[in-house]
Write a protein of this length. Structure first.
Length: 220
């Protein structure tokens, strides 16, 4: 990222404009066939942020956003780029990193946010404020032919995460598979999503449990 790139005044993360310019550069490389790599986009939205902001005030809402940004920066390291897309929505770009590794990074961010708390004090009482996030993920070229298509796929996955109960990661649903190295069918993804909602557990927890059972079965 260039030094002249703009940073968000509250969180210190790149702005929406900076992130969009990065997307345009990627698209130019894709169009002239010079881009032979893969990339993953992730959208993250804080759950019920408006309710927290309205109830406790913008000062606490701003503190919540800065704490969220700190957790993002801590977990991201040099693995990718994150920006504040607007309000309580954050966007991530990972290049040349396997989709599964990106999933693990986003899951760590989701967990750390869920374990964080802020203290709100007024004249009458003291309250612990906790918050969660929802995430949608999509990758190139699996979920789109260019940056915009992958962008829309990640946004749709985020919407599904919100609809299915929040505090979870959803990945873009593909007709035949979800990731090149995993090969889940669309029907399997839909069944996992339904089970996640039924059990009130995240999709990532169910996938990890399935993998652990598979490894145990074949390693005994």
């Amino acid at each position: 990222m260039l030094e002249k790139d703009k940073k968000d005044g509250l969180t210190g993360l790149p702005t929406r404009e900076t992130f969009s310019r990065q997307g345009e550069e990627l698209n130019n490389r894709i169009k002239d066939s010079s881009y032979k790599e893969t990339f993953t986009l992730a959208f993250m939205d804080l759950d019920n942020f408006k309710l927290i902001n309205d109830r406790y005030g913008h000062s606490l809402g701003d503190k919540l956003l800065t704490e969220t940004a700190a957790i993002i920066i801590k977990n991201l390291g040099d693995s990718g780029m994150a920006g504040r897309f607007g309000g309580d929505e954050f966007v991530f770009l990972f290049e040349k990193i396997p989709f599964e590794e990106v999933f693990a990074i986003m899951e760590k961010i989701r967990r750390d946010l869920g374990n964080k708390e802020l203290i709100h004090r007024d004249e009458k009482k003291e309250e612990k404020i906790k918050w969660t996030c929802s995430v949608g993920m999509a990758g190139y070229p699996r979920d789109g032919r260019d940056f915009q298509e992958v962008f829309r796929s990640a946004d749709e996955a985020l919407y599904r995460a919100k609809v299915e109960g929040r505090d979870r990661i959803c990945i873009a649903v593909e007709e035949k598979k979800v990731a090149k190295t995993v090969y889940y069918t669309r029907r399997q993804i839909e069944r996992i999503s339904a089970l996640s909602k039924q059990l009130n557990r995240t999709e990532s927890e169910l996938y990890r449990e399935a993998i652990d059972l598979l490894l145990k079965h074949y390693q005994e």
